[in-house]
Design a protein around this ligand. Structure first.
Ligand SMILES: [Zn+2]
Length: 365
């Protein structure tokens, strides 16, 4: 916590609202261990700044109705971009973390000026019709690779075929504050780590990523490579992975396994599971491999595991089947309550990087 005294109280209140959404004064007093008069004074001062607002009454079970309070959604906004080898995902978020606009554009990555100019155009299209640029706190950019944030450097990205690549040019072209993060870490950040405390995020996209959150903060490891679950060996001497090794989890559990390397759409694959025998077989095998990966992660971390990414969004309909397969490998757990479905089924990485700017809002108090 960067503040002390009264500033710290306000910071804690805003932080609670960012993590948990709308709340009440009674809940704030209880959760933050504050007296009611302290909560009242601070909330009133925050309402005066325009950051916090009253949002109607809560349903009550008798007695006086509590007033719902929360962050004022149109106080500030943030943009998020997820750069992948073949697509751009873009979101516009309000201060409450709600997606106001989102789009996915097919755009092949190219480490060239014209690519970034096109990216800037796409970004403008999403906010210019409705939001003043000076209300936008910044642009978060998620990338499939290892990032050195201090140096603004993409240390390595197999997916984009880059090594030690400077990201400074993007910031200059966008002419807004820019924040960079690895795609899987970004997806974890969309889940509000302070609320989660400890958990592991499994990002099942065309490449398989992961992130680890310990005590409310991202755990990035000695070389910022923590959570690279995609390159753990699942099958010795197995299928070839895009990284060059054989048998990596990515070659068995990435979304691309289901879409023949991205040639088909995942949506179509999922729709034909019930009608097409061959598709059903591929899906069963996929779940069997995913079960091994999940039980290995549960053994390693003993925390909740969030199933995210494109496939993660579909898994909630298959939890029973997946669970049956996991139980074969895990004799410690007798239920699967540690498996969680992700909060943002689409564009989680873009949402996570955009959200980082909202923590900056608290610096204005
Ligand atoms: Zn690999």
């Amino acid at each position: 916590m960067p503040y002390s005294g009264k500033k710290a109280t306000k910071y804690n209140i805003l932080n609670y609202m960012l993590n948990h959404g709308d709340t009440s004064k009674v809940e704030l007093a209880k959760q933050l261990n504050l007296s009611m008069p302290t909560v009242l004074t601070n909330v009133n001062e925050l309402i005066e700044t325009g950051l916090v607002t009253e949002k109607g009454e809560l349903e009550s079970t008798g007695g006086r109705k509590a007033v719902l309070i929360g962050l004022k959604s149109d106080y500030r906004y943030a943009l998020g971009i997820d750069i992948t080898a073949n697509h751009l995902g873009i979101v516009l978020l309000n201060l409450c973390g709600e997606i106001l606009e989102q789009k996915r554009v097919r755009m092949k990555f190219d480490a060239d000026l014209s690519y970034y100019e096109k990216l800037a155009e796409e970004l403008k299209k999403i906010y210019e019709p409705r939001i003043d640029a000076d209300k936008i706190l910044g642009v978060g950019i998620s990338l499939p690779g290892i990032i050195n944030q201090a140096e603004k450097l993409l240390v390595k990205s197999h997916a984009l075929h880059l090594e030690n690549y400077s990201l400074k040019m993007i910031g200059q072209i966008l002419a807004m504050p820019v924040y960079y993060e690895n795609d899987a870490n970004a997806a974890m950040l969309a889940e509000n780590p302070q609320k989660l405390k400890n958990s592991v995020y499994l990002s099942l996209n065309n490449t398989l990523g992961g992130a680890v959150c310990i005590d409310g903060a991202l755990f990035t490891g000695q070389n910022r490579r923590a959570g690279e679950f995609g390159h753990m060996i699942l099958v010795p001497d197995g299928k070839k992975c895009y990284c060059g090794k054989y048998g990596c989890a990515d070659a068995y559990c990435a979304a691309s396994v289901l879409t023949q390397g991205g040639k088909n759409r995942l949506e179509e694959f999922m729709e034909s599971i019930q009608t097409d025998v061959k598709t059903k077989e591929v899906w069963e095998e996929y779940l069997a491999n995913l079960a091994i990966l999940i039980s290995n992660l549960r053994m390693s971390y003993d925390t909740d595991i969030i199933l995210g990414g494109e496939v993660g969004g579909y898994l909630q309909d298959y939890m029973v089947e997946l669970g049956r397969k996991i139980f074969k490998y895990n004799l410690f757990d007798d239920d699967l309550s540690y498996l969680k479905n992700c909060s943002y089924r689409k564009e989680a990485s873009a949402v996570g990087v955009a959200k980082q700017f909202f923590w900056k809002v608290m610096e204005t108090i």
